[in-house]
Design a protein around this ligand. Sequence first.
Ligand SMILES: NC(=O)c1ccc[n+]([C@@H]2O[C@H](COP(=O)([O-])OP(=O)(O)OC[C@H]3O[C@@H](n4cnc5c(N)ncnc54)[C@H](O)[C@@H]3O)[C@@H](O)[C@H]2O)c1
Ligand SMILES: [Zn+2]
Length: 355
Amino acid sequence: MVISTTLTVNLGERSYPIVIGNGLLGDFNLTDYLAGPDCLVVTNETVGPIYLETLKSNLPPGGDVVSLPDGEQHKTLTNAAQVLDQLVSGRANRDATVVALGGGVVGDIAGFAAACYMRGIAFIQVPTTLLAQVDSSVGGKTGVNHEQGKNLIGAFHQPQLVLIDTDTLTTLPDRELRAGLAEVIKYGAIADLEFFTWLEANIDDLLGRNPDALAYAIQRSCELKAEVVADDEREAGRRAILNYGHTFGHAIENSVGYGEWLHGEAVAAGMLMAADLSGIGGDEVARLQNLIEAAGLPVSPPAIGAEKMLSAMQLDKKVQAKQIRFVLLRTLGDAYVTSDYDAGRLNQVLGKTNG
Ligand SMILES: NC(=O)c1ccc[n+]([C@@H]2O[C@H](COP(=O)([O-])OP(=O)(O)OC[C@H]3O[C@@H](n4cnc5c(N)ncnc54)[C@H](O)[C@@H]3O)[C@@H](O)[C@H]2O)c1
Ligand SMILES: [Zn+2]
């Protein structure tokens, strides 16, 4: 039996539902959410062979498919152009819909192509990694990487629907599951102490892929993200709290070379560095550290060196007027954004990367 929950991202005329449940891929009629008869499914060479046929059973027959190569290194303008080429050669109209089936890489590319084609056509997110289900599919950020930096080319473009089939997580590699849990832990740490406490109690069930535990963690994460996005769609202010752990995390990813550390792994170590910089109580830092450790994620950064970390952080696209902005914790469960931080403390935190 398919059991599902529906949440809403409240953005006025751009509002959309997030439907979460098991077995939805083969059961949920997507036709109601298509803007017109034409649709193009974008997936990749890993996810397509497992889930494309099931998804297509809920789409009108005859739609097009683009299958991209797998991997962050393929999140390029060239691949977004491939999706656009397919729309052009299929003579897709303004009422065509792009459906993204895959992890965050597929979702970001497909969403960006949908944002560009005829200045914006409809798109639907069908995220299949935990990270994409709790984070990248919600909120309307789309884009691709440039040689000079991650996500440098992009657009805000909200989907019409986010369809989350929790059953897709059964085939997700363990390491990817854990990386997704880093973002789940992030939501607890920045905005919901009660959820954080729930995660502490249920981390083993989550790692064991208990469907009810996963469904709840995804639902609560999406609720928290939807609330923040509804308040500040274009990240003029508060939305930046979602980048908790990311200033350090991006610097780690950048410095060790993409692919060495998964994004979620870098964010996990980054969240602890940010907690240290926040100056919150040692018991609170210990709780965060224990949960990250229990999730099988790294609790300390690699030996990059303070200087290299600092210059990588200054390259981050979120740096404003040369001032690094950090997301810090007032307490566990309550984050804020600031460029007013303790420089001495930052040196200490970065010193931990000196190996
Ligand atoms: N737009 C946003 O708001 C936002 C937010 C966070 C992250 N992102 C982006 O998301 C990307 C990372 O996403 P990701 O972690 O999902 O990585 P990913 O898309 O690379 O997926 C990870 C791996 O899992 C495979 N996979 C996906 N679903 C699977 C399944 N059900 N079973 C088996 N294998 C499966 C993929 O093919 C890939 O090899 C980054 O590019 C990041 O910048 C975007
Ligand atoms: Zn992230």
